[in-house]
Design a protein around this ligand. Structure first.
Ligand SMILES: NC(=O)c1ccc[n+]([C@@H]2O[C@H](COP(=O)([O-])OP(=O)(O)OC[C@H]3O[C@@H](n4cnc5c(N)ncnc54)[C@H](OP(=O)(O)O)[C@@H]3O)[C@@H](O)[C@H]2O)c1
Length: 261
């Protein structure tokens, strides 16, 4: 029997839905992939190293989750098109895209080479735009979809000496907002998750550094780094029917880091 409580929680169910989470063999992507699968979605796990992707899929399946590998480099447009063709053939739909791949380069504009600027924009901005375009095409056909773009607190604010990454992430924020207005009438929402500082593989060395690690934690109002699992509930909310009227929003998950002076 459906009670008021089960009807409410069913809004967070992703049963029958297909989700692609880019860069989900480890880090925040893996946590989000596992959370979406835990809520019933069939999740396509992505990364460049097929071994790591296959291992993540095997671990999820061993826990009873529905997952498959969709390994490709998001900056390789031919590989991305081929992957979407495989997705079409196998599932015939895509309900959720979590655009999660991102590369971090801490540099002043003065110190950056043209090649570094181009590479960062390719990975952090152009790939996300092409994947969103491809996903939206399918979501328009379905008249349903959830586009989720992983930005950063630096998708909202900036700081001296760090000109490249915020430029790309703020570009993604702009794309996310434009898509929110463009596709809303097709049953598609477009939102962003802006993480603060999380202890993922990318940041392990920084977090373990006795000078930097505790200092980064201390400057957060919560006095600590985020744990990767703490991003997962934000992804479930934005991916689920529970967020049906949330569109064009940046859900900042940073412990309050970006609102303090
Ligand atoms: N961690 C943080 O504190 C933090 C803070 C703010 C924002 N973010 C954002 O959150 C997202 C995830 O960060 P993370 O720290 O979890 O990353 P991560 O630990 O470095 O995870 C990266 C994942 O992406 C895959 N990947 C990297 N380049 C790829 C490519 N070109 N094509 C396909 N897959 C690729 C990696 O697998 P392969 O190497 O096998 O390809 C891996 O599975 C990024 O957009 C990042 O900018 C993170």
């Amino acid at each position: 029997m459906m009670t008021a409580s089960t009807a409410f929680f069913s809004k967070f169910s992703l049963a029958g839905q297909v989700a692609l989470v880019t860069g989900s063999a480890r880090g925040l992507g893996l946590c989000m992939a596992r959370a979406l699968a835990g809520c019933g979605a069939h999740v396509l796990v992505n990364g460049r190293q097929t071994g790591a992707v296959d291992a993540a899929v095997a671990a999820m399946k061993a826990e009873g989750m529905a997952a498959s590998a969709l390994s490709f480099d998001v900056t390789d447009d031919a590989a991305s098109q081929a992957a979407f063709a495989r997705l079409d053939a196998e599932f015939g739909r895509l309900d959720i895209l979590v655009n999660n791949v991102g590369m971090r380069l801490r540099k002043t504009l003065a110190a950056a080479t043209a090649a570094e600027i181009r590479e960062l924009l390719e990975v952090d901005l152009v790939a996300g735009m092409l994947l969103s375009k491809r996903a939206a095409e399918r979501m328009v056909r379905q008249q349903y979809g959830r586009l989720i773009t992983v930005t950063s607190v630096l998708g909202e604010v900036t700081r001296a000496g760090d000109a490249l990454y915020p430029a790309a992430k703020q570009g993604l924020t702009g794309m996310m907002r434009a898509l929110a207005t463009e596709y809303a009438r097709h049953g598609i929402t477009s939102n962003a998750i802006a993480p603060g500082t999380f202890v993922t593989e990318t940041n392990v060395a920084m977090a373990a550094d006795p000078q930097i690690g505790p200092a980064v934690g201390a400057r957060n109002p919560m006095g600590r780094w985020g744990q990767p699992e703490e991003i997962a509930t934000a992804a479930v909310f934005l991916a689920s029917p529970a967020s049906s009227f949330v569109n064009g929003h940046v859900l900042v998950v940073d412990g309050g880091l970006s609102v303090q002076m």
